[in-house]
Design a binder for this molecule. Structure first.
Ligand code: HPA
Length: 240
């Protein structure tokens, strides 16, 4: 595939760093670039999926949105890995808690993800329904939290294809059968791409809602409380 790709406008591989942080929301990508990076340069705005490269503590790093769901992150992460030479992607997102052991605002590192998604099978005949995060990235992320004395939950996450289930309580069966502590909607496709292309991928999540306790954080709290997660991802990203 030639660059630019159908979905990323960067015309030169050098415009994108080896490590990319991926929030779901394009405005979150813009916010991170403008508030945390030195000299951020916009490399993509196709479909308003903003991508920037700048420096964090003197080291180059990129941030680009993934959009929502596996189809979307599947496209963007594949193009970054396969056509732009990106080596590491750290997804930073939100999740819903499946257990009382996890609370609103907790930061959760995905050890592995279970999914009912057909993404990996359709893409490459990969029949596994549990995919692991990069051990190397997870180690660096864990070390960075220890240095900051920052609490970190670690566990298996359900990467779901569906946000609105007909029977909302169906999540209980998935949680109990596959031992998932929370739910999000992108990590499985990201990990499948990394697995296929021999790249590194990790996912860090902030708990934004609670399926057992029926709680949710406000949009404003979401903004403030993702600061710890963003700084952790940046810190880990520049160590790769
Ligand atoms: N379901 C799926 N994805 C999510 C949720 C949820 O409740 N919260 C944040 N991402």
């Amino acid at each position: 595939m030639q660059i630019p790709t159908p979905h990323i406008g960067a015309t030169n591989k050098n415009q994108i760093a080896q490590t990319v942080l991926m929030p779901g929301d394009p405005l979150r990508a813009k916010h991170i670039a403008e508030n945390y990076l030195d000299n951020p340069v916009l490399f993509n705005q196709i479909r308003n999926v903003f991508g920037y490269t700048g420096n964090y503590k003197g080291k180059p790093i990129s941030v680009m949105a993934s959009g929502m769901g596996m189809a979307s992150i599947g496209i963007y992460s594949y193009e970054l890995f396969a056509f732009y030479g990106v080596e590491n992607i750290i997804r930073i997102g939100s999740c819903g808690a499946y257990t009382k052991d996890i609370a609103l605002f907790d930061v959760l590192l995905c050890e592995d993800v279970y999914s009912e998604s057909s993404y990996a099978l359709a893409q490459s005949g990969n029949t596994r329904n549990v995919l692991k995060a990069s051990a190397q990235l997870n180690k660096i992320i864990t070390q960075a939290t220890q240095e900051k004395s920052m609490p970190l939950q670690v566990g298996r996450v359900h990467s779901s294809d569906v946000f609105y289930r007909k029977n909302a309580a169906d999540y209980e069966q998935i949680r109990d059968q596959y031992h998932c502590v929370a739910v999000e909607m992108e990590a499985f496709a990201l990990f499948a791409n990394a697995d296929l292309l021999n790249k590194n991928a990790a996912t860090i999540l902030t708990v934004s809602d609670h399926l057992v306790l029926h709680q949710a954080i406000s949009a404003q709290d979401r903004q403030i409380n993702t600061k710890a997660m963003i700084e952790l991802a940046l810190e880990a990203g520049i160590r790769m």
